[in-house]
Design a protein around this ligand. Sequence first.
Ligand code: DON
Length: 429
Amino acid sequence: MFSPIPDYLTEVLDGARSIVDGSVADYIPELAAADVDKIALAIALPDGHRYVVGDCDHVYSIQSMSKPFTYGLALSDNGIDVVLDKVGVEPSGEAFNEISLDDDGRPRNPMINAGAITAHSLIRAADPEERFARLLTLYSAAAGRELDVDERVYTSEAHTGHRNLAMGHLLRSVNILDCDPVDIVNGYFRQCSIRVTTADLALMAATLANGGVQPLTGEQVLPARAVRQVLSVTTSCGMYDAAGDWLSVVGIPAKSGVSGGIIGVLPGQIGIAAFSPRLDKHGNSVRGVHIFERLSADMGMHLMNVPPTHRTAIRSIDIVGDVEVVELQGALQFSNAEIIIRELVDNTSHPAPVVALDVRRVNSINDVARKMLLELLRRFVIEGKQVAIIDPDGAVGEVDLGDGIHAERWTSMPGETTRADDPGITPAR
Ligand code: DON
């Protein structure tokens, strides 16, 4: 049997082929030679599995899709506050190449060229070569393979990119850049000329979706806090003056590049990349936008389509001998941890001397939910109960409740026999 997913993706791609609107970027002469018939779509999952359809191995320059990664490294090198002093986080509502600064003299965000040039300058390095090498290493780590530079695209932009050079000089004049603006702008052109495929880009996007951990190698290529900041700004600014429309219609944090690619990141879920060279007036791939709109609508990928989780957090509450077993399930975070607490606090009858939280069906538990549940157990102890967590995989981690109180950690229920639907769980006590 074959998976229906590639068939669906092929259908999406084929649906976009008939769109011939837009035109290739020609202000970088080398990009004007792009093959407009090339089209590709790739999706990468958090375990690194990829679905690729169309011309996914076709190579092109990364252009502005590099900006989130450079911003991430700038954040990682300097911390958020230092970066915020130099480049803002507000959508500009302007074109990507607008020569404008905010009231504090900063570029409005790191996704427009002025902000991206500034972010490039914030990469810590002894010289431009080291700065570029660090970026190439980062992009390669996110793609999971050694990337390189398209020298023709670089030379083409370096010879014609007067507007970006003007921006560099402007930024230097207001001390946003504190080194040679020509070096920085050339470094930025080189960063934009790194060669990728749509399959690479899907993995790079999945690395951001995965909190900075590359799905295949397991390498933490950017700190999770930096990735959160990158994705916040990508959401509000990644599609330039089309960002509001994009967020409401597509709802997938995304960044486009004038070579024709768009990367999309659904946090915790998937990385997406689409490619087709013809662009709309904002500099976004026309077919790429169509593909993303379709994926979002068909596959429920809009960021605001979040299924309610809170009602299902408690699977069952049973009294088994001396133990009140509260079986939890799902992905635990504040809202469903609150439901668990409310249920157990409102229900004042806890007849058994032991209260055990069974987390064997919990898929994930965030830090807040973990703290809330441990505090709940601590309060049970103060009320005279013994407490335990049934947690054979150590999902809850340390079960120190503070004040020298510990919850017992069980690998199964006392006296429990292996369940038919839970093979492998054997009684530990
Ligand atoms: O700086 C430029 O103009 C290009 N190297 C990158 C612009 C870009 O990709 C805009 N995105 N759609």
